[in-house]
Design a protein around this ligand. Structure first.
Ligand code: NDP
Ligand code: OXD
Length: 318
């Protein structure tokens, strides 16, 4: 039973070391370093894996995405028709919620203003609304969106979430469908995107959508417009529209962890924009050991005949 690790942009050697320890009775290979018959490969651990490689594995039984998102695999038109399992792990979920909460707090508590004042040696407080006067709207109420929503609600924010199907998350108002989206946007001061990238969510966050965000939020005079936070996928945002919205005051500021093209090009205007905070797609960077244990446990369960969990719905695209 061979597991092939084919993870572009990651150090495949350290992943192979972890899997060799967790699955000592399996043949652990890594692409492109390890050779051997491709017909031996039963499992693929993939991240941005070369499409031709995936298509060339005749006896593949399960694909594991080394991430919660699977758009990097599904964009391969020759993807073999085998189950695809994604990462659903408490460590990853917690880290994403930490990042989202951090960004919400930085905007709500006027961190940019205080950093600028510190640079000017200016000792001056500003009015800040209480959390329960700030309305957060979260696009996506899956594993990550629902967890962030729950935790933000515990901090006192007025939280709403949008998903394809209605949800029941404690302390969170649920919206679904197009009408639901428009209703949520109107009551949203801080918009958080945690949607997967699918044909339906590609380019969703455009100027039109941003223009529908609340126009009556309780905000600081320097910052009298809504905020966008995106840790889903860059393909869901229209970057020229975000820049336009920032420049004409439709948006006050944004925090972006993901971009249409990654790594972000050196000439991107986002790097130097005074009202953009960016991170290099690290919002939910997780403990590699936790992710390895998760995949190894899935393989053990599958081989014990227990079936697979967290299998991607290929038709829905996530
Ligand atoms: P889930 O599959 O658990 O949740 C997806 C959510 O999006 C669901 O609530 C789903 O609705 C909703 N959704 C999907 N399509 C639509 C649509 N067309 N309209 C409305 N709602 C829709 O995914 P996760 O929460 O685990 O992860 C979400 C995404 O976060 C990943 O796909 C990935 O792109 C991104 N991510 C980013 C990371 C980073 O570091 N920046 C790290 C990890 C993930 P429903 O519940 O009705 O099915
Ligand atoms: C993921 C990611 O999908 O890190 O897990 O983007």
């Amino acid at each position: 039973m061979a597991l092939l690790i084919a993870v572009n942009g990651w150090d495949s050697e350290s992943w192979a070391t972890r899997f060799s320890a967790l699955l000592p009775d399996h043949d652990i290979r890594r692409h492109p370093e390890t050779t051997g018959e491709l017909s031996d490969i039963r499992y693929l651990l993939g991240w941005k894996t070369d499409p031709e490689l995936v298509a060339a594995l005749p006896n593949l039984e399960v694909i594991f995405s080394l991430g919660a998102g699977v758009d990097h695999l599904l964009k391969n038109p020759d993807l073999p028709d085998v189950p695809m399992v994604r990462i659903v792990d408490p460590d990853l979920t917690m880290r994403m919620s930490e990042w989202v909460i951090l960004q919400v707090l930085l905007h709500h508590r006027k961190d940019r203003l205080y950093r600028a004042q510190q640079a000017d040696h200016l000792w001056k407080g500003a009015d800040v609304p209480s959390a329960n006067a700030v309305r957060v709207g979260i696009l996506g109420q899956g594993v990550l969106g629902a967890d962030a929503a729950r935790k933000l609600a515990l901090l006192g924010y007025q939280v709403a979430g949008w998903s394809r199907t209605p949800k029941s998350v404690e302390g969170v108002v649920s919206f679904s469908g197009e009408d639901g989206l428009n209703t949520m946007l109107r009551r949203t001061d801080i918009l958080v995107n945690l949607l997967p990238l699918t044909p339906a969510t590609t380019g969703l966050i455009d100027y039109d959508l941003l223009s529908k965000l609340s126009s009556d939020g309780q905000r600081h005079p320097d910052c009298d417009a809504p905020i966008l936070i995106n840790a889903g996928r860059g393909g869901s945002q229209v970057e020229d529209d975000i820049l336009r919205a920032l420049d004409d005051g439709t948006l006050a500021a944004c925090s972006l962890d993901v971009f249409e093209n990654e790594p972000l090009t050196a000439t991107s205007p986002f790097w130097d924009h005074p009202r953009v905070s960016l991170t290099p797609h690290i919002a939910a960077d997780s403990d590699p050991q936790a992710l390895s244990v998760y995949v190894a446990e899935r393989i053990r369960a599958y081989e014990a005949g227990e079936g697979l969990i967290n299998v991607v719905d290929r038709t829905a695209g996530y």
